[in-house]
Design a protein around this ligand. Structure first.
Ligand SMILES: Nc1ncnc2c1ncn2[C@@H]1O[C@H](COP(=O)(O)OP(=O)(O)OP(=O)(O)O)[C@@H](O)[C@H]1O
Length: 246
């Protein structure tokens, strides 16, 4: 279980005034749930996810994973405890091949090529074309994004955090990706925390958390929260209203 208690992240703005990026965020996410975090740009979603991974050090509050306080633990310690995070804009690794990255992620030097290829297939990449490619600037943004998601799958973490996995991904690969999320969820393999603005992904959720102005504006079952979001965003748009009623 992931417990976030009164989390704060404050920075000093240009004039030295304290600026609250996360303002007392509290959340409980039960094991094996698929939870989508959504909300307006700049609301604090990525900061919250990075705080869970240890990429941002909160200025107040605490984070517990399976009952253990991880607030002061390093990124490596958290990774060892089964938490992984996929960046909104993943880094590239010049000199490393896709297969090397998958071996590193899985923690097995001798990861079988067949298994490595399966992870690539799950994110809609043709394994044959990519397995030996270098993860450098020659790959497109969408390709790097999918390779990074494949490494998270290979890591087999208990808590998988994906930051806008849909960004830059074509329709076909996106369909494959949503299938993969659904399959992980159906098999109860991990808790999935997905930051997304995409209706198809929001539709996969057990629960939706809406973050706005660094606060939890809404949190509850999808059936309860999705119509509220659509009410606010559709403003009479027929298509979105129809989606809400599906
Ligand atoms: N270290 C920092 N110093 C100053 N401002 C910051 C810092 N980190 C984040 N912010 C600001 O905090 C706000 C929240 O950022 P964050 O990236 O968490 O939002 P988000 O909800 O993920 O947005 P988006 O939907 O656009 O990805 C933004 O206005 C951002 O510019």
């Amino acid at each position: 279980m992931l417990e976030i208690k009164g989390l704060k992240y404050q920075v000093a703005d240009e004039s030295g005034e304290s600026l609250g990026i996360l303002n007392d965020v509290s959340l409980e996410i039960e094991d094996h749930k698929l939870v989508v975090i959504t909300g307006p740009n700049g609301g604090g979603k990525t900061t919250l996810a990075k705080a869970v991974m240890g990429l941002v050090q909160p200025t107040g509050g605490s984070i517990l994973w399976n009952g253990v306080d991880i607030t002061e633990k390093s990124i490596t310690e958290r990774a060892r405890m089964g938490i992984s995070y996929g960046f909104q804009q993943p880094p590239r690794f010049k000199g490393l091949r896709v297969k090397d990255l998958l071996c590193l992620a899985s923690g097995r030097e001798n990861l079988a090529t067949e298994e490595a290829c399966q992870y690539l297939t799950k994110v809609g990449l043709c394994a044959h074309d990519y397995i030996d490619r270098e993860v450098d600037a020659s790959l497109s943004g969408g390709e790097v994004k999918r390779i990074e998601i494949a490494t998270i799958l290979a890591r087999k973490s208990g808590l998988m955090i994906f930051d806008e996995p849909e960004a830059g991904i074509d329709l076909w690969s996106f369909a494959k990706l949503t299938e993969t999320f659904q399959a992980i969820h159906a098999r109860g393999e991990a808790t999935l925390l997905i930051i997304s603005h995409q209706e198809r992904i929001i539709n996969l959720a057990d629960e939706i958390v809406m973050i706005e102005d660094g606060r939890v504006a809404q949190h509850g079952p999808k059936e309860e929260i999705f119509p509220l979001i659509l009410e606010r965003t559709s403003a009479g748009c027929t298509y979105l209203s129809q989606e809400a009623n599906k």
